[in-house]
Design a protein around this ligand. Structure first.
Ligand code: PHE
Ligand code: ZN
Length: 881
């Protein structure tokens, strides 16, 4: 279907379903090519719908085998059926049952939506609208039903049979070859939360007793032979369950909770009720095959999916426009969990890096959209950083604005009032308006208005009057469909830093909410602080209090003062990022004078040297973040237009190399002090030491390549864990030559047969910022470890290449053509993965004219093709609009 033909679905057109489905009885007989699904639906007219309305059920590529109403086969004249829809024009006017038989071919399902096979495991993915690929249904989240699922399969092929809820029966069938299991989920749920799994799987398990005394069997299922790698996921599950009891007062509500890892999965993981299905990348971990980063993501994603049980499942979304109701809130919850489990400041810095690189760039380009979109053609294209990450920032701001106590009571009220319903953002916000007594209508604009606001701030000190005035203004650039922007409510957490630390804040301003919080909710505002004893340095947006850009003209000297004196860790980190960003923005413009870099490198080198000598070892994870400069792509986004990626990259290399040279003297001592003794442990403190040690290795690779190559080889040879060995490889990729190629080859040998590790190997090569990378990537596509059919492989190699600023954006356009060709090829088998990859073009409009034209041509070539999926056509169309 061409996207122009695809209907635009609008929030304002929402109306309740005419029919409801109270119960669903599914009977699924699994077979690799001919799976039979018999569905019994108990239908009832919705009192809120239109009486006497036809019944129109959704389908997608379905084959109908039989149909009956109240047990009686339906005459062919009484319905119409296509693969996409089943319509009964005159259904009974009362409650009735509908029995539908469909036949599916899970082996042929390459879209990985609906029922498919991954390796030899049968599994399902139904969000957002995959259930209609299993049976005809009212596939919308406000139709909630109680499910009973009977699964049947050959015992040898499929010994494990899982579905949502609790197991109520299981037995062998006569003859002994086949068996069945019956699962019942007492909680009414929308179809997108349905799941089943069948296969030969190993598992690890543990009993858990909830705070309110309910015994739960927890289990993590993985491919045979991988059970030793499932322990960390299970451990993370137990910890996040306790945390949700303690922090949000939420207990689990079934007798079992199962997690299953599969190797072919379009996304990260899925929160199906009682049966979370995961991309195995976010479950499997041991020191040899997972990095510290993997351990942290597994912990975060296990928590994210578990937290959905309350924010998503018990309370679901009325319609897909409300997606951020579950996603933004659940990201906020998982970020808080990780902050509590690890280092809160370091977690915040990492989250802000992600927000800026993924969401700010989305907001700045043609795919920008509000946290709650008003219209869509393909909902799968709206699982975006804006809905997830900015959605979480909105919740975080709400908490800052109304205070911890009103926020907590608002959450409790939401859980109590909306439990069991399909809710809206309005219902959610009403809870907080009630508990805080504040009007939050203006705040709600965050859900409607796209774009990243810029806060322009400047300060004046009147020494005679001992008065400090802060002038604040906000503006938001236009985004597609929203030319005019209105002011949003911006919480600005601040301090005034004097010679001996924070100065007391005294002001009569209405905008001051106490506790160092100024609320900028109009286009501009001045706040005056009294009794300010000395000229202060303003420290604004502490902890990154709003998803906004801050334009505050502090001198390098003031920023360096904040780096050493600010009581807020986030702003300590931010201050050096700001120094580096300013220099790189200047030097990254074509033909710019590179002298500014020499001066900046001197200042940064000196500050970092002192820092590494004095307190780096007290918090190595923080120090690693401080050492890591903003990426070239961050600089490109800051420049914002007429971008020349090569110029930015050259400036970035020059600055990193100079800083590396300044720090070379510290390197051996620090690397020695940070080396770990004893076996690998994944805890945050040990990971922090490795992070700093490996950050230094990366700088050394730029500053002293020959010596660093020795270190990389040694570290690879001695490394007893993937974190250090991969860091050695990554640093070596910065050093062209035979030694690099040799290490790349050794890495592949060492991890042959480990697809998830080889993904990292593929990506490390795809990210090499050299002209030969495109050819290298093309060659790697022929490697036996690569397959276009597996989403993780595609994201690693092709997605990695598309994230390579200089090589994707080659001046000759070959990078664009290559990625566009793969999008088109992939679209035939897996449109969702193809459209995500096409999203790599999202920043094309900020490029200099030559590249811009080439990127536009590549996009137009895709857009013109007939028979594109709705997913790809929608992205191409919006990217070009
Ligand atoms: N709902 C999943 C999550 O955020 C993401 C997802 C969306 C997975 C669509 C699959 C399909 O946890
Ligand atoms: Zn989610």
């Amino acid at each position: 279907m061409r996207t122009e033909d695809a209907p635009l679905i609008r929030l304002e057109d929402y109306r309740p379903s005419d029919w409801l489905i109270d119960t669903v009885d599914l009977d699924v007989s699994l077979h690799p090519q001919k799976t039979r699904v018999r569905t019994l639906l108990a239908l009832r007219p919705n009192p809120e719908g239109q009486p006497g309305a036809p019944l129109k059920l959704d389908g997608d590529e379905l084959v109908l085998k039989s149909l009956a109403i109240d047990g009686k086969p339906l005459d062919a004249s009484a319905y119409t059926v296509t693969p996409q829809a089943l319509t009964i024009p005159s259904p009974p006017s009362h409650d009735f049952t509908l029995t539908i038989e469909t036949e599916l071919d899970p082996s042929a399902n390459t879209k990985l939506m609906g029922l498919y096979r991954s390796s030899k495991v049968y599994c399902t993915q139904c969000e957002a609208d995959g259930f209609r690929r299993i049976t005809y249904f009212l596939d919308r989240p406000d139709v909630m039903s109680v499910y009973t699922v009977r699964l049947e399969a050959a015992k040898a092929e499929v010994p494990v049979l899982l579905s949502n809820g609790n197991l109520v029966a299981a037995a062998e069938l006569p003859g002994g070859d086949r068996h069945f299991a019956v699962w019942h989920d007492p909680h009414p749920k929308p179809a997108y939360l349905f799941a089943l799994v069948g296969g030969a799987l190993d598992h690890v398990r543990q009993d858990y007793v909830t705070a309110d005394g309910h015994k739960v069997e927890l289990a993590v299922y993985v491919e045979p032979g991988k059970a030793e790698r499932a322990g960390w996921a299970l451990d993370s599950l137990v910890r996040c369950m306790r945390w949700d009891e303690q922090v949000f007062g939420r207990n689990y509500d079934l007798d079992v909770f199962n997690v299953v890892a599969v190797s072919d999965f379009n996304m990260g993981a899925m929160e199906n009720k009682g049966l979370n299905i995961f991309n195995d990348k976010y479950v499997l971990a041991d020191p040899q095959t997972a990095t510290d980063g993997d351990y942290a993501s597994i912990e975060a994603i296990i928590a994210h999916e578990y937290f959905h049980n309350w924010t998503g499942n018990r309370i679901t979304c009325r319609d897909w426009f409300q997606l951020c109701l579950k996603e933004g809130l659940t990201v906020f919850r998982d970020q808080e969990f990780s902050a509590d489990e690890r280092s809160r400041p370091v977690k915040r810095i990492a989250d802000v890096r992600t927000l800026r690189s993924t969401q700010f760039s989305e907001d700045a380009g043609p795919l920008a959209h509000p946290v709650r979109p008003r219209a869509y053609k393909e909902i799968n294209n709206f699982y975006t950083p804006t809905v997830y990450e900015k959605g979480a920032e909105v919740i975080r701001m709400l908490k800052v604005l109304i205070g911890d106590d009103a926020f907590k009571r608002g959450m409790d009220l939401y859980f109590e009032r909306c439990d069991g319903t399909a809710a809206t953002i309005e219902e959610f916000l009403a809870c907080f308006a009630e508990t805080s007594g504040q009007n939050i209508d203006h705040f709600a604009r965050w859900y409607e208005q796209a774009g990243t606001p810029t806060i322009v701030a400047s300060g004046r000190y009147d020494a005679a009057a001992k008065r400090y005035t802060l002038d604040l203004a906000q503006s938001t650039p236009p985004t597609p469909g929203q030319a005019e922007k209105l002011p949003v409510v911006l919480p600005i957490t601040l301090g005034l830093v004097g010679a001996k630390g924070d100065l007391p804040l005294k002001t009569a301003s209405n905008a001051y909410a106490g506790d160092g919080l100024v609320v900028l909710d109009q286009s501009s505002l001045s706040v005056t602080f009294d009794d300010v004893a000395e000229a202060p340095i303003p420290s604004l947006m502490r902890g990154f209090s709003a998803p906004a850009r801050l334009d505050l003209d502090l001198s390098d000297a003031d920023l360096l003062r904040l780096f050493s004196a600010d009581s807020d860790s986030f702003n300590r980190w931010q201050s050096l990022q700001s120094v580096a960003t300013r220099a790189l923005v200047t030097a990254g413009k074509p033909g710019a004078d590179a002298d500014v870099l020499t001066a900046t490198a001197g200042k940064l080198g000196e500050a970092l040297q002192a820092f590494l000598k004095s307190d780096a070892l007290s918090d190595p994870a923080f120090a690693a973040q401080v050492l890591r400069l903003p990426a070239p792509a961050d600089i490109a986004r800051e420049i914002g237009g007429d971008v020349d990626p090569d110029a930015i990259f050259a400036a970035h290399r020059k600055l990193s190399g100079a800083i590396g040279k300044a720090l070379l003297g510290e390197l051996p001592g620090l690397r020695g002090a940070l080396a770990s003794s004893g076996a690998y442990r994944p805890d945050a403190a040990s990971a922090g030491r490795r992070a700093l040690r490996n950050e230094l290795l990366g700088l050394a690779a730029l500053a002293a390549p020959a010596e660093a190559a020795d270190l990389c080889e040694e570290q690879f040879a001695a490394g007893d864990n993937l974190t250090d060995r991969l860091a050695a490889l990554a640093a070596m990729t910065l050093i062209p030559g035979e030694r690099r190629e040799a290490l790349i080859a050794r890495f592949a040998e060492a991890y042959a047969g480990e697809p998830l590790v080889l993904d990292k190997w593929l990506m490390a090569q795809a990210l090499i910022a050299e002209a030969g990378t495109l050819e290298r990537v093309k060659t790697l596509m022929q490697h036996p470890a690569f397959s276009l059919g597996n989403p993780n492989r595609v994201r690693a190699l092709i997605g990695g290449f598309a994230a390579n600023l200089t090589q994707f954006n080659r001046a000759d356009g070959a990078g664009y053509d290559f990625v566009a060709d793969i999008v088109v090829a992939l679209d035939k088998t897996n449109p969702q993965v193809a459209s995500r990859l096409l999203g790599s073009f999202k920043s094309w409009r900020m490029l200099e004219p030559g590249r811009k034209r080439l990127a536009q041509e590549a996009l137009s070539t895709v857009a013109r093709l007939p028979n594109l999926s709705r997913d790809v056509a929608d992205i191409a169309e919006r990217a070009l609009a």
